[in-house]
Design a protein around this ligand. Structure first.
Ligand code: ATP
Length: 439
């Protein structure tokens, strides 16, 4: 039985991953496979933080279980297979009680939703929810059609994310090991956080742990939440083996930890080569730079791109930090593929591949045929060599050295979206690899 929840938290506290772990623990049932943390369209205005929805498959486990977490010292096990299903009503009832107790219901924009189903849902709903905007009505109709059941709190918007979490096909996956303490006090200093994030960075296959240039320990949440830290990796084994040791370095009393399978770093939100653009969707578009990038106050850079289908504004905003330097060096004629969310009629670039750089020629006075010195311009078509007295009419053209070259450029770790796939990470037929330089 799949049980999914979303929209239980506020910026002031709680985290839906924590609430799901509570359902797993209190159900007394076996966890089949990994719990899923599924990120959805990052441009949705109702999101609290990272637009994450949660799902677990609970039942009677079959096969050799694997320890994937702990709760107050007790192991949380995951079974590879399921013996038989469990009646959905019991789980929905339990999940409802837990949402009633733990969700931040007095927060105006917290509208929890619970969805349960004996079967996985059709993936079409996931693709819609990760790439577009979906209505509560559409979610209800979909869940009914798939034979699932749901419970809404307040307007129940959370059923959108919860239904999408059950329909995530989990073909391209990464993992995140999350540790919690509750209630949480942020007692860790910046230096200790950086040291612990460096240790996490040594876990084979882990990524997005630390941003050295910006002194940012990305494994630590920046807002109030029961999460102490979260470490991401392409494979579960090393995270399970080394995650607890890293967590111990915080000195925090860890109440629970759990490994999630996720769609983070998959680029699932990106629609490639669209024929038209809609605000609130994310795209990858190849085209030619049309105007020299320019900056506006606040440190934001803009340019224009001509693609096969359209002309569009692209931007590298201040939070993309040093990425803006590369962006600002683009020039007309450069061929690029940009990735990002289209918002207010502008593509907010979150990474780009420079495919070719154009040759830029600057007009300069010609060289003197006799002494080889550069002549001096005395007006249009009038060049003189002051040493030899020679005259010239035609200007020369000199190739300007370019400060950028072809390559793939990510925004720094601290500015990355959960769903954005760093270029170093590759999926080939579902097999994920992380290039050496990054791992
Ligand atoms: P956290 O990451 O801390 O769990 P959050 O950022 O996931 O919080 P929520 O509080 O869950 O934010 O709010 C997101 C809301 O948007 C949920 O109600 C979810 O169902 C809804 N939602 C998710 N994807 C879409 C979509 N594509 N279209 C419309 N609504 C969506």
């Amino acid at each position: 039985m799949y049980i999914a929840v979303d929209d239980t938290d506020s910026r002031e506290g709680m985290c839906t991953t924590y609430l799901l772990s509570e359902i797993i623990i209190r159900s007394g049932m076996d966890l089949i496979g990994y719990p899923h943390l599924v990120r959805l369209n990052p441009a949705i205005k109702h999101k609290t933080r990272g637009n994450g929805a949660l799902c677990a498959n609970l039942g009677e486990g079959k096969g050799l279980p694997l320890k994937i977490g702990s709760f107050n010292g007790k192991d949380i096990m995951s079974y590879p297979d399921e013996e038989r299903g469990t009646k959905s009503t019991d789980l929905v009832q339990l999940a409802s009680e837990i949402v009633g107790e733990m969700a931040v219901l007095d927060e105006p924009d917290t509208n929890p939703g619970i969805v349960a189903s004996c079967n996985e849902f059709d993936p079409s709903f996931y693709w819609k929810a990760v790439r577009e905007e979906v209505s509560i009505d559409q979610a209800e109709a979909f869940i009914k059609k798939q034979g699932g059941e749901y419970r809404k709190f307040k307007n129940g918007r959370g059923i959108i994310g919860a239904a999408a979490a059950i329909s995530w096909p989990a073909k391209q996956v990464t993992y995140e090991f999350l540790a919690y303490t509750f209630p949480k006090g942020d007692h860790l200093g910046a230096d200790l956080k950086l040291r612990i994030a460096s240790m996490a960075n040594r876990i084979p296959g882990s990524f997005n742990n630390i941003d050295r240039r910006n002194n940012h320990a990305a494994i630590f949440p920046s807002e109030r939440t029961p999460v102490v830290l979260g470490i991401r990796a392409i494979k579960p084994e090393a995270l399970l083996a080394e995650g607890p040791e890293i967590v111990a370095e915080t000195g925090s009393v860890i109440e629970r930890c759990l490994l999630f399978r996720t769609n983070q770093a998959t680029d699932d939100h990106i629609i490639p080569d669209p024929a038209e653009l809609r605000n609130g969707c994310s795209y990858s578009i190849e085209g030619t730079v049309k105007v020299q990038p320019y900056s506006i106050s606040g440190g934001h850079y803009f340019a224009e791109l001509q693609s096969r289908h359209m002309e569009l504004a692209i931007a590298a905003f201040e939070p993309t930090k040093e990425f803006r330097k590369t962006f600002s060096k683009l020039a007309p004629g450069d061929n690029v593929r940009v990735f990002g969310t289209y918002k207010e009629n502008c593509l907010n670039v979150e990474k780009m591949e420079i495919k070719s750089v154009s040759d830029i020629y600057n007009r300069v006075p010609p060289e003197c045929g006799e002494c080889g010195d550069r002549m001096h311009s005395r007006g249009k078509g009038d060049y003189r060599c002051y040493r030899c007295g020679n005259k010239g009419k035609l200007a020369s053209y000199e190739l300007e050295p370019r400060e950028i070259d072809v390559g793939k450029f990510d925004v720094p770790v601290m500015s990355r979206r959960h769903l954005s796939r760093p270029f170093e990470l590759d999926f080939n037929d579902g097999v994920v690899t992380l290039s050496e330089v990054y791992a």
